[in-house]
Design a protein around this ligand. Structure first.
Ligand code: SF4
Length: 310
């Protein structure tokens, strides 16, 4: 890919902005790939403020990749409480086990090998390369992607005009030489504090002059916000709850239960208040999926099915 216009100004302005506004976050004080992986996985679907507390608690419990790999799975699921998307906890432990088994406890240093670890995609691999190993590559997390697209390509509405591969090449090219570590932090902060998804602060943005999305983006996000903010009226319009919410409730109920196990007939109404026999098949699917994914076991005691956190 050839260098795009205004790349140098883009770099200078982002770095200048970062020098004044950088956030001091606990995972930014380390180069330990294990700690960086923990923070990245937690941040995938959870707000920064919540992650700050959970990250520190987690490291007190599992301070090294070895300790996480050796821990019983149930302890890992219990420790993940409050973060949601429990599958991430399983991935994290499986990744730790793989690092111990296949790499003797040392994280691999290539994108391809990192992406073999469970739960590690392009963005997390890029973060590990930049933050732990100081490589000049982009992380391409959701904030970075948005900033790149808006500044160099234009508004992402109604559709993104460039795919991830193109944006990754662009992102790699935009990293200032020798600054991969700080650059990715700067871009992440800029995307979450200035060029945000819903309310970009174009009026005070240092990139405004050469940004290809400005000013159209302000009209686009305003139109889109109506959809984002809409609350459906009326008692019959309760939005459908996705199954991942019910899966999360099953795990949460088992976390709280004595010996982390419950009979299915007790569990079902805890997960869905108005549970009735029409829901039985659907609930079997939820429980079966969790068993298949390795979260729980189901055993039979006389006529009762018992669900237990693994
Ligand atoms: S001008 Fe607006 S859209 Fe463009 S980079 Fe700045 S905040 Fe983002």
């Amino acid at each position: 890919m050839r260098r795009l216009p205004h790349t140098r100004q883009f770099q200078l302005k982002i770095l200048r902005w970062f020098a004044k506004h950088r956030r001091d976050l606990p995972w930014r004080r380390t180069r330990d790939p294990y700690r960086i992986l923990v923070s990245e996985v937690m941040l995938q679907q959870t707000q920064v403020e919540r992650v700050v507390t959970k990250y520190q608690e987690w490291l007190r419990r599992f301070p090294t990749v070895e300790r996480l790999a050796q821990a019983p799975q149930r302890q890992v699921i219990l420790a993940w409480s409050g973060l949601g998307y429990n599958r991430r906890a399983l991935h994290l432990q499986r990744a730790a086990r793989m690092v111990m088994k296949e790499y003797g406890g040392r994280f691999p240093r290539t994108k391809e090998e990192l992406m073999r670890l469970p739960g590690v995609g392009v963005a997390t691999a890029g973060s590990l390369l930049a933050f732990a190993f100081g490589k000049d590559v982009t992380s391409l997390d959701v904030n970075i992607k948005r900033v790149l697209h808006r500044y160099f390509v234009g508004s992402e509405f109604p559709d993104w005009k460039k795919n991830d591969r193109w944006l990754e090449d662009l992102g790699n090219m935009a990293v200032p030489e020798g600054k991969g570590h700080d650059w990715n932090q700067a871009m992440m902060d800029f995307g979450s504090l200035v060029c945000t998804a819903r309310r970009p602060l174009c009026a005070i943005c240092p990139l405004q002059k050469n940004c290809r999305a400005y000013p159209k983006i302000l009209i686009d996000v305003k139109g889109k916000r109506k959809g984002w903010d809409r609350v459906e009226p009326g008692p019959s319009s309760q939005p459908e709850i996705p199954n991942r919410i019910f899966r999360g409730r099953v795990i949460e109920a088992l976390r709280q239960a004595p010996r982390h196990s419950l009979a299915i007939r007790k569990l079902a109404p805890m997960v869905k208040k108005d549970f009735n026999e029409d829901d039985a098949r659907w609930f079997d699917g939820i429980i079966g999926g969790l068993e298949k994914d390795g979260f729980i076991t189901i055993t039979k005691k006389q006529d009762t099915q018992i669900v237990r956190l693994l």
